[in-house]
Design a protein around this ligand. Structure first.
Ligand code: NAD
Ligand code: GLY
Length: 364
């Protein structure tokens, strides 16, 4: 089977442009890329126990000077306690300003390590090697880093652009099916907000995608990285365009927070959040009903989402009130106005939100 060749995307950031390298076995090129970018007299690897057990040996050749720092991953560990553990390890490792931190893992490791790198010694360079589909298509690019607060998702964080991102499709072979599916919801998001072909592609090649066939998965990853790169290059700090990436995230983040980050994979919460946003849009008359039906059918086709009947719409509404997408008291809600197009709503009411989440199965 021939796998599509390596792709390179460049992201513009205030701190300077950085490359995203995508392809099968590109981890092999990581050491050379770090050399070429003259990154880090010292290289310190940070990962999770689980990811390292699977993929650690592949990083022997990157010239890291000691054993990796390993922490737990998973949403419940994305908090300040883990950041403190990382700081302790960085002090112990005598990380200094000549050190580059290489984060190897899913979105949780990327956000935790990115935040630690942003703040330790007022900022060390970070390189992301995302190992989940979700992290490859979304979280490793764009420089958002941070941790959750018990009352709200990603409430503590910093913008800290990476110096390099290396997305190796071969690591996805070991990803559990549920985690892989969670990443696909974020690809659906790009289809709804920007590139409808992605919706067709997922629908038409779903079996090959779940088989992790490089010919089916790589185009999804490359297109998603390209879209994310375009959007964050135009609006790194989310003062306008970048808000479209929050499609599905208002309700999704609230679902994660009210279930204390235990019931959903992040992508699954976004799956529900997108459906709620589509219902809200249809009820408002801004979203065409066939688009809701198309996305509903695609999401159902991918497999089951966790049940939500035990979650109260009232609690989710309260959590939305603590969302960081509220600016000066105004919630910026992204709705879909057509396949590949969005509209920002700034006057969404409590009634509309509660109705929308009940439509996706929440209780009153
Ligand atoms: P995750 O990091 O918790 O990883 C999911 C699970 O997969 C973990 O148990 C991990 O050990 C395991 N895993 C990772 N790679 C593996 C591999 N190759 N093989 C086998 N197992 C592997 O979850 P995620 O879905 O990658 O990331 C979700 C997080 O990303 C959320 O906290 C979300 O807020 C964040 N996020 C951030 C941004 C951003 O712009 N910074 C964007 C989207 C999402
Ligand atoms: N995942 C939303 C963003 O990166 O802006």
């Amino acid at each position: 089977m021939s796998v599509p060749p390596l792709a390179r995307v460049t992201v513009s950031a205030a701190a300077g442009p950085y490359p995203v390298i995508i392809g099968a076995d590109v981890i092999e090129a990581l050491g050379g890329e770090l050399d070429a970018l003259k990154l880090g007299a010292r290289r310190l690897l940070v990962s999770s126990h689980r990811v390292w057990d699977f993929h650690g040996p592949r990083f022997r050749k990157i010239g890291a000077d000691r054993t990796p720092i390993l922490v737990e991953d998973g949403e419940r560990y994305k908090n300040l306690n883990t950041v403190v553990r990382l700081f302790d390890a960085l002090v112990k490792a005598k990380a200094d300003r000549s050190t580059v931190i290489v984060a190897v893992g899913g979105g949780v490791i990327g956000d935790l390590v990115g935040f630690s790198a942003a703040t330790y010694l007022r900022g060390l360079p970070v390189v992301h090697v995302p190992t989940t589909l979700l992290a490859q298509v979304d979280s490793a690019i764009g420089g958002k880093t941070g941790v959750n607060h018990p009352l709200g998702k990603n409430l503590i964080g910093a913008f800290h652009a990476p110096s390099l991102v290396v997305a190796d499709s071969s690591v996805l072979q070991t990803l559990p099916r549920r985690e892989f599916r969670a990443g696909l919801y974020e690809v659906i998001k790009y289809g709804v907000i920007r590139e409808p072909d992605l919706l067709d592609r997922i629908r038409d090649t779903v079996n090959a995608i779940f088989d992790r066939d490089g010919n089916a998965v790589s185009p999804l990853v490359t297109a998603s990285c390209r879209i994310k790169a375009e959007v964050v290059s135009a609006d790194e700090r989310e003062s306008g365009l970048r808000r479209i990436l929050n499609f599905g995230h208002t309700v999704g983040h609230a679902l994660e927070a009210v279930t204390t980050y235990k019931q959903f994979r992040h992508g699954e919460a976004i799956g529900y959040g997108m459906l709620a946003a589509l219902h809200l849009g249809v009820a408002r008359g801004v979203t065409p009903k066939p688009l809701l039906e198309e996305v509903e059918s695609l999401i159902t086709h991918l497999g089951p989402l966790p049940p939500v009947a035990d979650i109260s719409a009232k609690e989710v509404y309260a959590a939305i009130g603590r969302d960081k997408k509220i600016v000066s008291g105004t919630l910026h809600f992204i709705a879909a106005s057509d396949r590949g197009k969005t509209v920002e709503l700034t006057d969404v009411t409590e009634k509309e939100l509660k109705t929308a989440v009940r439509k996706v199965g929440l209780r009153a």
